[in-house]
Write a protein that binds this ligand. Structure first.
Ligand SMILES: Nc1ncnc2c1ncn2[C@@H]1O[C@H](COP(=O)(O)OP(=O)(O)OP(=O)(O)O)[C@@H](O)[C@H]1O
Length: 264
């Protein structure tokens, strides 16, 4: 499903602030896998997601999605392949469009715009049914501006949008980090449900080791632009947060001081 090979990326190359972020990163994700991604600040997690989505083009290496080499395709040409939900609920949906207009944009993604209507009754019915499942009452607010929704509601709609796209690949970049704990829990459970029901191949970046082990089928740890730990199956099931922290400390060669990792 996704294969990234020998990814190299340096920001501000040949300047005093040169930052070699991805250092030969390799990762192979099978269809239907739900991979949680952890790593310290600056390890390259968001950069990796940006390279997969096409928001950044790596200096070298390959990004292969569904056996298609997309390494040099810009983000808009990968739009039908990749859905994303960001940390900031304001990113990824348009506050100045209505809920149904946002959903219609996702629904029409990857299709030839001249051949499809912007919005029709059939689409509205589909959106209403999908929104009803969220149990947030949004099925009665199709014409409300997206900007009126709370952060949690926006993330829920963003997740729903990912199921309307042709893409089967979902990239989640700390998508619950800006939410209060109860809402974050709701959005995480919703994520799990949507991923399972739609058989989405998913990468979820999180700073919480607890979440990283609880959700998904596989956990990878990035450090200095490479994968340094990759666990799944029985090995992962047996891992505790304490085990993961120990591995994390060993990798970094120092004690973990980031409270969010210890408490998460
Ligand atoms: N567009 C950019 N231009 C220059 N430097 C960047 C850019 N994007 C990221 N960086 C730098 O690259 C490094 C890796 O950033 P990245 O966001 O991938 O890390 P991360 O693992 O997601 O960290 P965090 O957990 O803090 O979000 C950081 O040092 C960051 O400052």
């Amino acid at each position: 499903m996704i294969k990234v090979e020998e990814l190299q990326l340096t920001f501000n190359a040949n300047t005093p602030i040169e930052n070699h972020v991805l250092r030969g990163l390799n990762l192979n994700i099978k269809e239907g896998e739900f991979v949680t991604v952890i790593g310290s600040n600056g390890a390259g997690k968001s950069t990796l997601l940006n390279v997969i989505s096409g928001d950044l083009i790596a200096d070298s290496g390959y990004v292969i999605i569904n056996e298609k080499d997309v390494s040099h395709l810009p983000a808009w040409r990968r739009a039908g392949l990749v859905a994303r939900v960001f940390q900031d609920p304001m990113v990824g949906t348009c506050g100045n469009l209505t809920i149904q207009e946002n959903l219609a944009l996702a629904y029409n993604r990857g299709k030839r715009s001249r051949l499809i209507p912007a919005l029709n009754h059939k689409m509205t019915d589909i959106f209403r049914e999908k929104l009803r499942v969220l149990d947030l009452g949004l099925e009665n607010r199709l014409s409300d501006m997206m900007g009126l929704l709370s952060g949690g509601q926006r993330q829920a709609v963003s997740l729903l949008m990912s199921t309307l796209q042709p893409s089967k690949l979902l990239l989640l970049d700390e998508h619950t980090a800006a939410l209060d704990p109860k809402t974050a829990q709701f959005v995480l459970e919703l994520t799990n449900q949507i991923v399972k029901e739609n058989k989405l191949t998913t990468m979820m970046v999180t700073h919480s080791m607890k979440q990283a082990l609880h959700y998904g089928t596989r956990t990878v740890m990035l450090h200095q632009g490479r994968v340094v730990l990759d666990v799944s199956g029985e090995e992962r099931q047996k891992l505790t947060v304490a085990d993961l922290l120990t591995k994390f400390e060993k990798t970094r060669g120092e004690e973990v001081t980031d409270d969010t990792l210890l408490l998460g």
